[in-house]
Structures are given as structure tokens and as C-alpha cells.
Design a protein around this ligand. Structure first.
Ligand SMILES: [Zn+2]
Ligand SMILES: [Zn+2]
Length: 412
């Protein structure tokens, strides 16, 4: 199946044009056999460096595409760290296009140098465990801090399902969870737009919704005993990534639920044993948010005046990471509108929340697929349940319903 990227870009009612760097997305069994043709279709005929790691190079069924220069990185210890990525640039041998074969980390090893050298890059994903492939964001560690840096998106994505369908099941399920999270991220975006007037684009939201429905359908059929539909699942990842490219940020695809994954990566005090890959943590976050949001919808809150995050609280919860958190919250999005707006729109917010499945249903889906769904599944102590969303909401200055709970009183 070929994704027509043209339908996502062009003048939009929101006032923007949503230019896309990704010209072509091919998702099919055996599509790597036609790789040269797809490259030519995208005008990518120049000198080509192809990057693998020792795992992806030796994957069963791997088709090694033609290369002017091949670079096989040692998989052990490979991670998206600025210094490590920059150190490979001299070995690329002066390419006109970089092709990368692998998962998220390998994407960063092409995306970052391509950006630096001002050349296009091409993605050959070997897994569909998250939606970062078609995004234009690079997630790298700079000076010890994880940063999301806006960057180029791949000009071409060629996802060979012969390879992707061979990935271990827990990675596939992690990919399902990463897309089911759109129940929360889309609700957060719609609510933020409603109460603060934050920019919102129907077309971008519809793309994320399309990815969500495609994936929810796949999960449903698997639960009924059907075979995994790798084509539809991979396409859902691609479309979700496109929604990030349309905006140049992850607003449609990442809300309060995604911050649980950030929390696990950051490991503040009491979260030292937290673990899990991106989609697994996001799945747990989705269950937590669904539970909290439905509980909020049962009541009608009163507005509380905005107060900046308490510095002592931040220091207690984040320990050595407190400095970065305080800086992130310097210009708190909560301060930009009247909290009473939330209360005034509560009926509409309740309606948005009604569109989110019940926490127990999401948890059951993830559980039945063999995925992770509870805090203890990702090494977080159950005793932290009551505060985990408050802590994670402080990690990113993005307006979510979880963050809004700071200016809402449900007990009065
Ligand atoms: Zn738009
Ligand atoms: Zn994600």
C-alpha cells in the first residue's frame, strides 16, 4: 500500500499549509526489492550511504539495498547521544542521501547528520513499535538531557512487511499502545483549544484520529483471534508520524499519557526502578489518564486561581532534575488563560472525555494482547498512583487536562 502524502498537505482551513518533506511512504511485503525505483521516483539518485547496526544488518529476510557506502554500527551501546551521532559523520563518506535501516535510534543516526549536511534521508524501518518514523523530530541526549529537536523528516519511507512482521510480538504490541494513546492526546488538544484558544487544526486531528481508528480496528480483530494485520498497523504508525510532520510538533500525537514515558526515562527519585520501552510506558500512561479523566468527568469542578509550581515540591519530587523542570515551567501555559474557562466549558469537556474508552477496557485490550498496562508492569510502585500524573504533568509545559487539574477543585 502506498500512502498518498499529498492529501495531508496544502492550504488548510486552519490557515497553515502543512508542507511535508515525506514524498512517499511505501508499506508492503517485499517492497525493498523495488527500492531503487522508489528512490528514483523521489529524485534520490545521488551518492548513497546506507546505515545499519549489527542487528538490522543480520536480520533474517533483510534485503541489503544497493549502496555506494555501507556503514554497520555496533548495536551494543548504541544510543541517541549527540556526541556519538556526530562522531559517525566523517565515516559517511560524503553522501548525497543517507538511507537508514532500523528502529528509532538508527533513524536519529541518519536524521541528525542529514540535517547537518543539508541532504535528504530515507527510512527503512525494521519495526513498527512507535510512530516516530515519519516524524520530523529528533530525540537526542544533549549534555545529559533528553531533547526533542525539530529536524528533517525522511523523504521516502520504505517499510518491508516481510521484515516488520518478523519483529517480536511485544514490540508490535508496544506499537499498538503508542497509537491507542491518541484517545488521550487528541482529547488533551481539543480541551486545550476550547479553554485557552490554543491553535487547533481539524485536518491534523483527523489524521491522528485516522491512525487511531485503523489501529483500534487491528487490536479488536486480534482480540477476536485474527492474525495481526501488519500492513494496517504499520500504516497507522506512518499516518500518526505524518500528523507530527504537519505541525512540526507532536501536539496531536502526544498528551499527558506520553509524559509517563518521559518520567520512566528521567527516573526521578522513587522512580529509579522504572523501565519499559516507549510504547509500553505510553500504554500504561493511557490507562492512567483514561481513569483520571473519567473520574474528573463524574464531578463538576470549581476554578482555583493559578499558582506557579511550588519550588519546594519540584525539588522534592525531582531531586537532581529539579533545575530543568523549573526552567521548563518558567512560562507556565496554565497562566495564559482564566481557569474559569475550564469550568465554563465543562459540559463540552465531559463530552470529549466520553469519547475515551474506559480505563478498564484499554487495560484489558493491552493485557489480552500480552502488553503492559499497570504501573507495576513498568517498575513503578503502586503507592505512587495518586501522584504520578501530577509529577509527570510537570515534565512538559504543554496544556493537558492532567496539568489543568492544578487550577481545578473537585472537592469544594
Ligand atoms: Zn490545518
Ligand atoms: Zn509515542
Amino acid at each position: 500500500m502506498i500512502l498518498d502524502c499529498g492529501r495531508f498537505s496544502g492550504p488548510c482551513e486552519c490557515g497553515r499549509e502543512h508542507p511535508l518533506e515525506t514524498k512517499l511512504v511505501v508499506v508492503d511485503y517485499g517492497c525493498l526489492n523495488d527500492f531503487d525505483r522508489y528512490m528514483a521516483e523521489c529524485g534520490l539518485t545521488g551518492r548513497r550511504t546506507v546505515i545499519y547496526d549489527t542487528n538490522t544488518y543480520n536480520l533474517p529476510g533483510m534485503v541489503h539495498v544497493r549502496a555506494d557506502k555501507e556503514l554497520v554500527l555496533e548495536a551494543k551501546g548504541l544510543h541517541s547521544e549527540q556526541g556519538m551521532i556526530e562522531s559517525i559523520i566523517p565515516q559517511l563518506d560524503d553522501p548525497e542521501v543517507i538511507v537508514t535501516v532500523g528502529s528509532g535510534t538508527l533513524m536519529d543516526f541518519a536524521r541528525y547528520p542529514a540535517n547537518k549536511l543539508g541532504i535528504p534521508f530515507v527510512a527503512i524501518p525494521t519495526l513498527a513499535s512507535s510512530d516516530g518514523f515519519t516524524a520530523n523530530i529528533c530525540s537526542v541526549v544533549v549534555d545529559g538531557q533528553k531533547k526533542s529537536i525539530p529536524m528533517h523528516a525522511p523523504a521516502l519511507v520504505c517499510a518491508d512487511l516481510n521484515i516488520i512482521s518478523g519483529a517480536p510480538m511485544f514490540l508490535t504490541v508496544s506499537g499498538i499502545a503508542d497509537i491507542l494513546s491518541k484517545y488521550i492526546s487528541l482529547a488533551d488538544w481539543k480541551i486545550a483549544h476550547l479553554v485557552s484558544g490554543e491553535y487547533f487544526c481539524e485536518r491534523t486531528a483527523a489524521a491522528a484520529q485516522e491512525a487511531l481508528e485503523l489501529m483500534a480496528g487491528c487490536a479488536d480483530r486480534m482480540l477476536k483471534g485474527g492474525e495481526p494485520d501488519y500492513e494496517a498497523m504499520t500504516m497507522a504508525q506512518m499516518i500518526s508520524g505524518i500528523s507530527m510532520q504537519m505541525l512540526g510538533n507532536s501536539r496531536a500525537a502526544s498528551g499527558a499519557e506520553h509524559l509517563i514515558a518521559h518520567l520512566v526515562e528521567m527516573k526521578p527519585p522513587r522512580f529509579e526502578n522504572a523501565h519499559g520501552i516507549h510504547g509500553e510506558c505510553v500504554g500504561v500512561g493511557t490507562v492512567l489518564c483514561a481513569e483520571a479523566y473519567h473520574r474528573m468527568a463524574e464531578k463538576t469542578p470549581k476554578a482555583r486561581p493559578f499558582r506557579p509550581l511550588d519550588e519546594a515540591w519540584v525539588r522534592e519530587k525531582f531531586g537532581p532534575l529539579a533545575g530543568g523542570i523549573l526552567k521548563e515551567n518558567e512560562h507556565d501555559v496554565l497562566a495564559a488563560f482564566d481557569p474559569q474557562n475550564i469550568v465554563d466549558h465543562w459540559d463540552e469537556i465531559r463530552e470529549i472525555i466520553a469519547g475515551i474508552p474506559r480505563a478498564a477496557d484499554i487495560a484489558w485490550t493491552l493485557h489480552a494482547l500480552g502488553g503492559k498496562y499497570s504501573l507495576s508492569d513498568i517498575g513503578i510502585d503502586e503507592s505512587l498512583r495518586g501522584e504520578v500524573l501530577d509529577i509527570s504533568a510537570a515534565i512538559r509545559n504543554r496544556l493537558t487536562l492532567a496539568r489543568m487539574s492544578r487550577v481545578l477543585d473537585f472537592d469544594g
